[in-house]
Design a binder for this molecule. Sequence first.
Ligand code: PMP
Ligand code: GLN
Length: 386
Amino acid sequence: MTQHTFTPDSKLPALGTTIFSQMSALAQEYQAINLSQGFPDFDGPEYLQQQLAWHVSQGANQYAPMTGVQPLREAIAEKTQRCYGYTPDVNTDITVTAGATEALFAAITALVRPGDEVICFDPSYDSYAPAVALSGGVLKRIALQPPAFRPDWQAFSELLSDKTRLVILNTPHNPTATVWQAADFDALWQAIGQQETYVLSDEVYEHICFAEGGHFSILQHPQLRERGIAVSSFGKTYHMTGWKVGYCVAPAAISAEIRKVHQYLTFAVNTPAQLALADMLRKEPEHYLDLPAFYRQRRDFLINALQESRFRVLPCEGTYFLLLDYSAISDLDDVSFCQWLTKEVGVAAIPLSVFCDGEFPHKLIRLCFAKQEPTLQAAAERLCRI
Ligand code: PMP
Ligand code: GLN
């Protein structure tokens, strides 16, 4: 009998496996110290783990409500009030998602129609573009220039059109470690205020911010939050990226559309983890206040340990990523350099060009410093030898 196999005409022909999976696999193959994919090599709060086990033992093992369990949505509303002086409606404005990744995908899918234009700032997180493409949208990319990586509002207004349905921003920013100020949000509002353009604000590193003015959320901007979706991730805040629980906050009418996608993408997020997170938020509502000092110490440790190296370290105002310029060391393009670094030096990093479409004319790599000091020390020693 003839076997009929098909190769589907790809909806995402240019896309391969993500750089994070690729570099983590390469790091494992070559036994390199993995500072590529962003995840901590230490555990989150013990209480959170205990509560997860407890809720499982108490039978919280069936579907959660589609929008998230009530105590977690309540705790998120309280947290949002405490941090940003704004209380979203517990029932209509908060949706718990399978990590920030799902919130981003659901929001983009819900808002972007075929032919709509979407503006993002490059380098940009790798999940935005495929979601826009699958929705039939057209992505317009604005290149941020090192070392400051500030948005260029002139370039923005040139890209803006009456077809611009969505703007995607990310602060604190992965991978450039820069932070938007209130003035940036004002500039965005000035540009889009007169038209129906929505704003997706990826704020997963909201609590890992070292900038003097702190993190500014879209939820603090009275006009933009009326058309904004703020996305957050418990994975970053509680050092457990593998739990994949995040959420988005948006006005009721926008949330309603996001929920239409969410209910058929995942329907609901795992119940015991949501209940454990609700307990954690209630028991230690101010946990996040320790995060800047906690991560600043790791950032400064790594910067200090790299002092004798030939890398040039770029400023880092937020996230747990540090950018290094390697132009004094090698002429290789950044992807080749990261492969060489993993195989020959034993340190895995992320090339920045993968966050841009095509050419990225700078010699920059990203290191993750959410690691214990001995890990950072060992990596820095290797990096200082080249
Ligand atoms: N946005 C950015 C900027 C990220 O760095 C990440 C993950 N590192 C995500 C979204 C996805 O978060 P999650 O793991 O909660 O899906
Ligand atoms: N967001 C993480 C990073 O930037 C990786 C997440 C993933 O592997 N998809 O490294």
